[in-house]
Structure formats: C-alpha cells, structure tokens
Design a protein around this ligand. Structure first.
Ligand code: ADP
Ligand code: MG
Length: 460
C-alpha cells in the first residue's frame, strides 16, 4: 500500500523537480518501507542519499503529507557492500561493535556530501588580475561566466601557454560565484586530480559515488585538461561527466595549454564537444601587460615591504627583459623585494641586473631557425618538410617567406645562412621573401596579425 503511495508521490515529484532531476535523483530511489513516520529508501551511495535529502527532502515530505501519509522524516539506506564510509563513521575493523542484523549503513541527513576539489588560491581574484590586450577576451568571458546569469556558452574553454593566467582566472570565477551564491556547488580541480579520483573510485569500487558526486555540482572546472589526453578510460569518464552536466545546463569551465583541436591523443568526440562552447585563448603577454602586472604586484606588496624602494626604470627593465611568463616575472620581483629588504636601500637598475642575472640569462635564450620553421608550419597547418622543400604553391611559399622574415628578425643569421637552412636556397630568394613579407605587413591585415602572433610566441 505504501508502495503505491510512493508511486503517486513520485509522479507528482516528477512535475515539481523537473525531468532532469527526476531522472537523476528521484527515479533511482528504491522505496523500502514506511514505519513510525519514517519513510525509508534504499540508495546506491551515501552521496546520493545526502544529496536527495538536502535538495529534495522537503518536497518529498510535502508530497507524502499531501497524500495523507504520516511521514515526518526520511531515511536513506545504503546496502553495506556499497557503503562508502565517507559520511557515516568508518566501521571498526573487526566489525563487532556494529549491529550485525541489517547489513546497511544509515546516511546522516544534512550536508550534501563534500566536494573533493582542490583548494583555491585567495590571491587569484578578479581584482588582482591585470587586464591587457593579450587577455582581455579571456577575462571578459570569465567575468561573464562568473556573473552567473543564464548559461550562454558551455563549456568556456580557456587556453594558452604556461603562466598566462588560466588558473588565476578559473579561481577568480570560483571565488566570485561562491561569494554571490554560497549555496552553489562549485567544483574546481585539475585534470590530474580528476583522473586520480577516478582511478581511486575504480579501485575502491565506488564508481556510483564518483558519478553521483560529479553529476551533482552546479559548476565544474577542470584545469589543464590536456593531461587526460591518451588516458583512455579517464577520457571516457570525463566525456560522460561532461555530457551529463551540459544536459543539465550546468556551467563547465575547462583550461588547457592549447586549443582543443591541437591536443594530441584526445578523442575526436571530446574535441568537438569542447569546441561547442566558447573557446578563448590567452595570448603571450606584451610589454604593457607585463608592466601592469609588475605595478600591481608592487602595490599589493607595499604593506609587506614598507621600505621597499625601486629606482626608476627597474620595473620597465624587467617588463622588457623577462618575457617568458607572468610566473617568472613575479618570481623575479619577489626576489628583488627580498634582496631590497636585506640590503635596506633603494634597488638600482644595476643591482637588479646583478640580483637577477640567472633569470635574465635564461630569458635571453635565442630562437633557432628550426624552431621558427616548426612554429610557422604548425601555425599554417603545413608540413615542416614543405618549409625546406621545393613547392612553389602560394599556400606554402607564403608561410615559408614568413619564416624567413622571422629568421632574419629573431636570429643573427645572415641571408646566405638562412637560405642554407631553407633547403639550400639562394640568398637572393631569402631577401626577396623578406621584402615581400615587409610589404604585405603593410597591406594585408591577416598576414600582419599572423606575423605579430608568431613573433610574440617565438620571443616568449
Ligand atoms: P597558468 O595557469 O596559465 O599557467 P597561472 O594562472 O597559474 O597561469 O598564473 C601564473 C602566475 O601569474 C600567478 O601567480 C598569477 O596570479 C599570475 N598572473 C598571470 N596573469 C596575470 C594577470 N593578468 N594579472 C595578474 N597576475 C597574473
Ligand atoms: Mg595553471
């Protein structure tokens, strides 16, 4: 009898919680019994029990009551073999002190299960993020997502080289969203941690728990997703998690060190799903952005280093010379701060150069013609061998000329020397190519942009 009552209650719940929630959370509930005002359900995992209790407990109770049942409490029971022991205290090793009869663990009501995310860095906020041309789009997209309006692009895919602020932006989104809506379940973790959790769940036979947990979040952020390329079962699970959340219209934010299409060994279907949302890249920093970051770091650290004095031009010098990434730049500045507080006097340009000699030397690394050829070929989607090969097709000759011009600008090689490296071409061919590109930069907008991008990427 109580069974048919649950049937009716369930039907009405389908109306009130929506189809998705119903399918994920209500339909899998197995009604056990109704006794002394307690409705009992069998659930596959503790996590699920907690989640249903927290999110739908009131509605379920209400529906029971409106059906004329005397129910004041819900109880969710996990068959013992599947109990995770995460919410309930772990069973003592010998099992003696546990009641032997019902082979089940009762889930305590209340919290919806903790999320196994990575800790957020408090400093990685929007306030501390310096916006410049190379990152303005990524910043704007991150802002939009953090505003938490209707989900417009899903996923948001941020990509770019090391130290350009991907993690910073993701943390900033998480800070902002949880500040606005503390009830929101925001889960941030690296792809590596995702894999680790997945493997752990497989090993401990807690896949149901794993699945439920990941499907219960409102916002999922996975950092450095290139990590799961080539890891087949992790990819597969990630794909399912991803789809389940997109289906529920939950926001997903992903980062990687390159564009989805360029991640090797990533399944095609995952690539195409990742491309469905908004894909934005963080470009290599430019001088203005680097200077901006330095100035903002100086301001942030003013309180910690009150006696810190930098001679004019020191920041400009750093911004000019340390072009690798923002992390290195920050590290250099921190070292100057430490140095300054030790010597207790103004840091001159000379002192800064001395103090940072090793960092500066590393940043001085010269690009090679081979690197340029590789990068340009990659950019234009042609074969590296075509760089040195004989083909005269415009679609190949033009990139080759771009590579020649870059070789001239970024290396100390002579025309004949460059010609030699481009399949033994004559120095006049190289000169012609360089001149051609110089002309085109003035007239062909697209080419000018490509050139600038490549140059920055290579200098970086
Ligand atoms: P990524 O994840 O892209 O490798 P991070 O987000 O970890 O890079 O950034 C590296 C460091 O540089 C962090 O300390 C971060 O705060 C800082 N950083 C990067 N970009 C900016 C920016 N635009 N403004 C301020 N700090 C930045
Ligand atoms: Mg990162």
């Amino acid at each position: 009898m109580a069974e048919t009552m649950w049937g009716r209650v369930r039907e009405r719940l389908e109306q009130s919680v929506g189809a998705n929630n119903y399918r994920n959370w209500i339909a899998p509930l197995e009604f056990a019994d109704l006794e002394d005002g307690v409705a009992r359900f069998i659930v596959p995992t503790n996590f699920m029990g907690n989640w249903v209790q927290r999110n739908f407990g009131d509605q379920i109770l209400k529906q029971f009551v409106s059906d004329g049942a005397k129910v004041s409490r819900l109880e969710f029971v996990v068959p013992k073999a599947q109990s995770t022991g995460r919410v309930t205290p772990p069973a003592p090793a010998n099992g003696n002190s546990r009641p032997a009869a019902p082979a089940a663990a009762v889930v305590s009501a209340g919290n919806g299960g903790e999320l196994p995310g990575a800790p957020l860095d408090k400093r990685f906020t929007f306030d501390n993020f310096v916006v410049g041309k190379p990152n303005e789009l990524a910043h704007a997209a991150a802002r939009r997502v953090a505003d938490g309006g209707p989900v417009t692009f899903n996923p948001l895919f941020l990509y770019g080289g090391v130290g350009l602020g991907k993690t910073h932006l993701m943390h900033a989104i998480a800070h902002e969203m949880t500040a606005r809506r503390p009830d929101l379940r925001v889960l941030y973790l690296s792809a590596e941690q995702f894999m680790y959790r997945f493997v752990q769940a497989l090993r401990d036979k807690q896949m149901m728990d794993f699945k439920h947990m990941f499907r219960s979040v409102d916002v999922l952020m996975v950092d450095d997703v290139q990590f799961i390329a080539g890891k087949d079962s992790t990819q597969e699970e990630f794909f399912h998690t991803f789809n389940a959340l997109v289906d529920q219209n939950k926001q997903i934010i992903i980062s990687a060190d390159r564009a989805p299409g360029d991640i090797k060994d990533l399944e095609e279907r995952i690539k195409s799903r990742l491309q469905c949302g908004l894909v934005v890249d963080l470009h290599p920093t430019d001088y203005e952005l680097r200077l901006g970051v330095l100035q903002s770091k100086v301001a942030q650290n003013a309180a910690a280093f009150p006696d810190m004095r930098l001679a004019p031009g020191v920041l400009e010098f750093l911004a000019h010379r340390i072009t690798t990434n923002v992390r290195v730049l920050e590290g250099a500045l921190m070292r100057l701060f430490a140095f300054g507080s030790l010597v207790g006097k103004e840091i001159t340009l000379e002192a800064a150069q001395d103090c940072l000699a090793d960092v500066l030397k590393q940043s001085d690394r010269k690009v090679t013609v081979e690197e340029i050829q590789r990068k340009v070929a990659e950019h234009y989607g042609i074969r590296l061998s075509d760089m040195i090969g004989p083909k005269r097709l415009r679609s190949i000759a033009r990139p080759r000329q771009v590579a020649m011009k870059l070789s001239k600008d970024l290396t100390t090689r002579s025309y004949p020397d460059i010609g030699k490296r481009f399949g033994g071409r004559d120095h006049s061919t190289v000169m012609h190519g360089v001149k051609k590109i110089e002309e085109l930069i003035g007239s062909d907008h697209q080419l000018a942009e490509d050139f600038e991008l490549l140059k920055r990427a290579l200098e970086h």
